[in-house]
Design a protein around this ligand. Structure first.
Ligand SMILES: [Zn+2]
Ligand SMILES: [Zn+2]
Length: 328
């Protein structure tokens, strides 16, 4: 069974944070954080539809210029989301360039920017090439609390962690998957057709058993019959990305909410436990804290990133995290 996206860290653990979510279909990608993107090709950056930025410390946003420069003369729109104040920050960045060559005849690249306060998207704005990237206010999208993007196949939730400044953590969750059992369809005398997508959506939406689905050429069938006989369901992908965060009880609880039961947790660990005073002072996690958080959330797999450059050798991070993670 194919997966929807393949997540991978952009840089090695000592480099800038960033996770590239490569969609298997549709030539599309999503980015969590936008630091140094040198390992990504132009082709890979052209596929990006959304960038979710944890916070605007430079190591998480310095790749913005390269991305914008690649995209400016292409029509494909781009959305950037970050913490409170992010729309103002992006407006300032765009305002630092000269755009006199743009006019109504330019390729109309559109950049949408949103600020998320940990609960809702509080601000949204659009910056268009044909308007020389002047800010135009947009109504924020109407999404459930804690959600920053919702599409039929997946959603992305976020939480605002404390890092001295709000730092967003993100969770990608694929919708429950429903696969058709062809031989069982035949047994029920139901032909293959577009109605199958309608039925899958009804199941994803959790509609009741007596919901009727119209099958052209074969009449009507209830969801109960389809659920029992013709469709098999499986949980979708679930992974979480936790960038810079202080080791506080509240942060641990917020991360647990996002990552509980996830297949894979990508989590920062700037320091080793022996340097936890430094971690506390700079509001970062240690490898041990990352392991404890992973254990508490019941994730299956953990990948650490964002190690401080003060260490010559990073092998101790994995060992320290494992000791806490496996200590059940
Ligand atoms: Zn930071
Ligand atoms: Zn950082």
């Amino acid at each position: 069974m194919s997966v929807l996206v393949q997540p991978r860290l952009i840089n090695d653990p000592a480099g800038d944070p960033g996770l590239y979510l490569d969609f298997h279909f549709g030539r599309r990608a999503i980015l969590f954080d936008l630091g140094d993107t040198a390992p990504l090709s132009a082709r890979e950056l052209l596929r990006v539809s959304h960038v979710f930025v944890s916070h605007a410390h430079m190591d998480h946003i310095a790749g913005l210029d390269r991305l914008l420069r690649l995209r400016l003369h292409r029509p494909r729109p781009l959305l950037l989301l970050g913490p409170a104040g992010f729309v103002d920050q992006m407006q300032n960045r765009l305002g630092s360039f000269t755009w006199n060559l743009l006019n109504e005849a330019s390729v109309d690249f559109r950049l949408t920017v949103q600020s998320f306060d940990g609960e809702t998207i509080t601000e949204a704005a659009e910056f268009r090439a044909r308007e020389q990237y002047r800010r135009r206010g947009l109504p924020p999208p109407d999404l459930p609390p804690g959600t920053v993007l919702r599409e039929p196949e997946f959603d992305i939730r976020a939480a605002a962690l404390d890092h001295g400044t709000p730092s967003l953590a993100f969770a990608f969750r694929q919708s429950r998957r429903f696969n058709v059992l062809r031989n069982r369809l035949d047994d029920l005398g139901l032909p293959v057709g577009p109605w199958i997508d309608t039925a899958k959506q009804a199941m994803r939406d959790g509609l009741p058993d007596d919901q009727v689905i119209v099958v052209p050429g074969a009449g009507q069938v209830t969801l109960a019959v389809l659920r029992d006989g013709a469709f098999q369901s499986a949980r979708g992908q679930h992974f979480a990305y936790v960038a810079d965060a202080a080791d506080t009880g509240e942060n641990r609880a917020l991360i647990a909410d996002l990552a509980r039961g996830a297949d894979h947790l990508f989590i920062e660990s700037a320091f080793l436990d022996r340097d936890r005073d430094l971690a506390t002072a700079t509001r970062h996690l240690t490898a041990r804290a990352a392991g404890e958080i992973a254990r508490a959330t019941g994730v299956r797999r953990v990948t650490l990133f964002h190690h401080s450059a003060r260490y010559d050798d990073y092998s101790g991070f994995e060992t320290e995290m494992r000791a806490a993670f496996d200590h059940a």
